[in-house]
Write a protein that binds this ligand. Structure first.
Ligand code: XMP
Length: 531
């Protein structure tokens, strides 16, 4: 406990208030990349909560600064998001970005109006000497390229010092007292040449933050936190899939409480080639975790027999998983906690999706119903992390590189890549062809540069020739995409030679395949997985 309090005291935190801008997440990421823990909060978070966080460390650290994000709104629109007006009186540095800057100016009595043209491009920013722009050029006053994306302008702000202007924005950056800064441009996007330096200046010089958000400090704090949550006798179960999120969760919990953690690894028959052996070898043999292995191949295949609709397949898989997990948990007896590998984008996306009432594209099965059904308390040690941060923590915990660098894999496994009913034959084709796709990508050095790569198969058959004879076989489609966090994706423009060797090997080595195609649609409008 002592160590935990020390760590909390040590860690600095910056809060990013989310006004709905498209780059809000990027702001958080930029801070974290600079070693400062940042957290995205809704714009209307109660002022009291911020005040408490400024006074003393809680929820991951002590608030040293607040950043107000951009927004598609204009501050004068009736439904525009406004935070508590007293935010400008808090005893902590503020940085308003784009809409955030306009809102700060508006709250301080400034004039914000809609410009004639707007500025949606790179602009030359002429800046003068200030703490925020220190080190941007050789001389204190200079110019640099920034990314602008706004329709409104700040026209006047009494008592403010104007720190920069562009051709389209007379007040492109301002300072009020030594605490409040506003920038009309977006330092968080890469098009702003020296955005990182601006963040460094704000975080280190203006807020006084230290670089104390590191994988090592994260592991230390989480281990303490898990220990204090579970107590000295509590027992935990964790569904281990072999993916990076559940694996990292299992290693963290194991580090905290040793063999009071039991992992449950279910072979649902939808795993990648060699996955079962790899998971058991890594976690049982190398890390000495307690793993209960459940061979449920038959049960899943029987449940899926004849089910063709993609959502119906997901439902069968999700329900069977819960059923099996429940049975195993009961066998173990007095378990009180369930550890889950929920990560930051999962939480933010589900919170946004529920508030926006957006339509459901796919029901991702991440066992959300389990804790309630089993009456278990939830432990989610990596819920604050982005995927690349999970990888950094996993590396810190000694995760072997084949798991560390493996592409993300969907909960429903190969069923997400089999169009129509899941049969043994289609499973075999999908598994073997996917293995060839992965192999060829590794051989050609592409594997680590793409987000996901696999083969998919449906019920269509096409004519081929085998020797001199006509034959019929299935069509396999290769899908290789690049993406950041899977919200959007583009197909990868692989060299023809790589595609050719994949195609040759698939038609030669995978029995029953006559044609190979390459998926060349992006997300949107396609999704990454076909089902
Ligand atoms: P889509 O196909 O919706 O996938 O573009 C986006 C990302 O999510 C993965 N995915 C899933 N992950 N449970 C998961 O945990 C699921 O049911 C699921 N479905 C898709 C997919 O592999 C991609 O990375």
């Amino acid at each position: 406990m002592m160590e935990e309090r020390e760590a909390e005291k040590e860690r600095d935190k910056v809060v990013v208030l989310d006004f709905g801008g498209q780059y809000s997440h990027l702001i958080v990421r930029r801070c974290r990349e600079l070693g400062v823990y940042a957290e995205l909060l809704p714009y209307d978070v109660p002022l009291e909560e911020l005040k408490r966080g400024i006074e003393r460390a809680q929820g991951g650290g002590k608030i040293r600064g607040i950043i107000l994000s951009g927004s598609p709104f204009s501050v004068h629109e009736p439904d525009s998001p406004h935070c508590n007006a007293e935010i400008v009186a808090l005893n902590v540095p503020l940085l308003g970005i784009c809409y955030g800057a306009q809102l700060v100016a508006h709250l301080l009595g400034g004039v914000v109006r809609t410009g004639e043209k707007g500025e949606y491009w790179r602009a030359e920013l002429f800046f003068k000497d200030s703490e925020l722009f220190k080190g941007l050029g050789e001389r204190a006053n200079g110019s640099t390229q920034v990314w602008m994306s706004h329709g409104d302008l700040i026209e006047g702000l009494e008592g403010a010092e104007i720190l920069a202007h562009t051709a389209g924005s007379p007040i492109a950056a301002f300072r009020v007292r030594d605490m409040i800064y506003g920038v009309q441009f977006h330092p968080e996007v890469h098009h702003t040449e020296q955005g990182e330096k601006i963040f460094r200046n704000f975080l280190y010089a203006i807020c006084g933050c230290e670089r104390n958000w590191t994988p090592e400090s994260f592991v230390r704090e989480q281990v303490e936190e898990i220990r204090s949550a579970v107590g000295s006798n509590g027992r935990v179960i964790c569904g281990l899939s072999g993916g990076i999120d559940s694996s990292t969760t299992a290693l963290l919990v194991n580090k905290a409480i040793g063999d009071r953690l039991t992992c449950i690894f279910v072979d649902n028959g939808l795993l990648r080639k060699g996955e079962q052996e790899e998971v058991l070898d890594t976690f049982e043999d190398q890390f000495h975790l307690k793993v209960v292995f459940v061979d449920a191949k038959e049960r899943f295949l029987t449940g899926l027999r004849g089910v063709t609709d993609a959502e119906a397949k997901r439902k069968v898989i999700g329900e069977l998983f819960i059923e099996i997990f429940e049975e195993e948990a009961k066998k173990l007896g007095d378990v009180e906690f369930l550890a889950q590998g929920t990560i930051y984008p999962d939480r933010i996306e589900s919170a946004r999706a529920s508030s926006r009432k957006s339509s459901r594209i796919k029901s991702h099965h991440n066992v959300g119903a389990l804790p309630e059904k089993l009456g278990l308390k939830l432990i989610e040690p990596i819920k604050e992390l982005y995927k690349d941060e999970v990888r950094a923590v996993a590396r810190e915990l000694g995760m072997p590189s084949q798991i560390l660098n493996r592409h993300p894999y969907p909960g429903p496994g190969l069923a997400a890549r089999i169009i129509g009913a899941v049969t043994e034959d289609k499973l075999r084709i999908c598994r073997e062809a996917s293995q060839i796709v992965e192999d060829e990508l590794r051989k050609s050095g592409w594997y680590d540069n793409v987000w996901q790569a696999f083969a998919m198969v449906g019920d269509d058959v096409a004519t081929g020739v085998l020797g001199d004879a006509r034959t019929e076989g299935r069509i396999v489609t290769i899908r290789v995409v690049e993406s950041k966090e899977a919200m959007t994706a583009d197909f990868v423009k692989l060299p023809y030679a790589v595609l050719e060797s994949m195609s040759k090997r698939i038609t030669n080595e995978v029995k029953g395949v006559t044609w190979v195609t390459y998926a060349i649609s992006s997300k949107p409008p396609s999704t990454i997985e076909p089902c």
